[in-house]
Design a protein around this ligand. Structure first.
Ligand code: ATP
Ligand code: AMP
Ligand code: MG
Length: 205
């Protein structure tokens, strides 16, 4: 069998602004109500902490503009640090959800968020792809003024990224024998998307 973590591990992906972080907040709430031990960790937080420590960036939306060799170093660092943090907090009864990206749009091409060294460290049982109509993703990005997503903000770009994101999720899943689980996040219904993810978690046990 492909290596597994003691806890169930699910990597959650989707284009910028589709609603990963929002849906995962609902997952935490719903899981707690059911008494499930769920931990959500944001991969970008681990990359950002190290990128700032090295003086490479000031905020998270600058990281995808770094040279790819730098991004790869940060990804490998983040994967290791994240799994270490999870292992310190979760037993075999737990569920780890990683808030991240299967594909990253960079000035030098589409870059895998889960290349072999990264996905082999994370050891997911499943890779979730959150999706929504491209027009809604653009509208969500526009409303969410706390982030700088201008480079990924028009409908054609979002549509292209969604196709690449699905393909990238499958490619990464093949490397570690994970399933790919597509979840719709329709307008105003993030809680229902969270319910689908809870169903996945229950099914993986
Ligand atoms: P990033 O990859 O950049 O971190 P994300 O996928 O985590 O983005 P969020 O930050 O969760 O996206 O959501 C982007 C915006 O869309 C937020 O303002 C959020 O409130 C809104 N949003 C998320 N899901 C829905 C939904 N189902 N209906 C309406 N608005 C939503
Ligand atoms: P997020 O808040 O999820 O958008 O993450 C912030 C930033 O972290 C993203 O815009 C990417 O630059 C970076 N990031 C997150 N996950 C990954 C990943 N798996 N591979 C490469 N970069 C990532
Ligand atoms: Mg997010």
């Amino acid at each position: 069998m492909a290596p597994r973590n003691p806890f169930i591990t699910v990597v959650v992906t989707g284009v910028p602004g589709v609603g990963k972080t929002t849906v995962l907040n609902h997952v935490v709430e719903l899981a707690r109500a059911e008494g499930l031990r769920v931990l959500v960790l944001n991969f970008g937080d681990f990359m950002l902490e190290e990128a700032r420590r090295r003086g490479l960036v000031e905020h998270r939306d600058q990281m995808r503009h770094l040279p790819l060799r730098r991004q790869l170093e940060l990804q490998e660092y983040a994967a290791e640090a994240l799994i270490k943090a999870a292992a310190a907090r979760l037993g075999p009864e737990g569920y780890l959800l990683v808030d991240t990206h299967a594909i990253v749009k960079t000035p030098t091409g589409f870059w895998p968020g889960l290349p072999r060294p990264v996905v082999e460290k994370l050891r997911p049982d499943s890779i979730v792809v959150i999706e929504a109509p491209p027009e809604q993703v653009v509208a969500r990005q526009a409303r969410d003024t706390g982030r700088v997503r201008k480079d990924v903000a028009d409908v054609d770009t979002v549509r292209e990224m969604m196709a690449m994101a699905r393909a990238a999720a499958v490619a990464s899943a093949v490397l570690v024998s994970a399933s790919v689980y597509v979840v719709e996040n329709p307008e105003g219904r993030a809680r229902e998307a969270a319910q689908r993810i809870l169903e996945l978690l229950r099914g993986l046990r």
